[in-house]
Design a protein around this ligand. Sequence first.
Ligand SMILES: [Zn+2]
Length: 144
Amino acid sequence: MANKPERSKFMSNKQMSVGDPLESRCTKCRKITNHLIVAMTDGKPAKVECNTCKGQHKYRHPVVRKKAAPRRTVDPKLAEREEWEKLRPSLENKQAIVYSMTTAFKVGSVMKHPVFGLGVVLNSLGLGKVEVLFEAGKKKMRCL
Ligand SMILES: [Zn+2]
């Protein structure tokens, strides 16, 4: 007794080849029907035969609606926030220096600011300015 070939639910995961069943839009039937692959091009079905009308035609993907690809824009604020989250555990073990414009801050120092809270000095910008990463993002702070 021959088993009826079951349609795999994971068709997209396996390599397709000539003779495999797949769904395609059929121009004669004017709907999505089951087809068999007749010819392959670049690992994709190129020509298919409709199981319903036995007509052969170019493969047409049955999914008409295109899903909009999620746009991955890098939010600089988010990147700074992530950087902060990574640094935060190490900040709590360090001696924080209370911010004042008359205090000198070295790169790597932990600053405690009355408004922005804990921050780490990332860069010395010269001319009495340092770049500090706070939870709210990077800020340029005046110091000695
Ligand atoms: Zn057809």
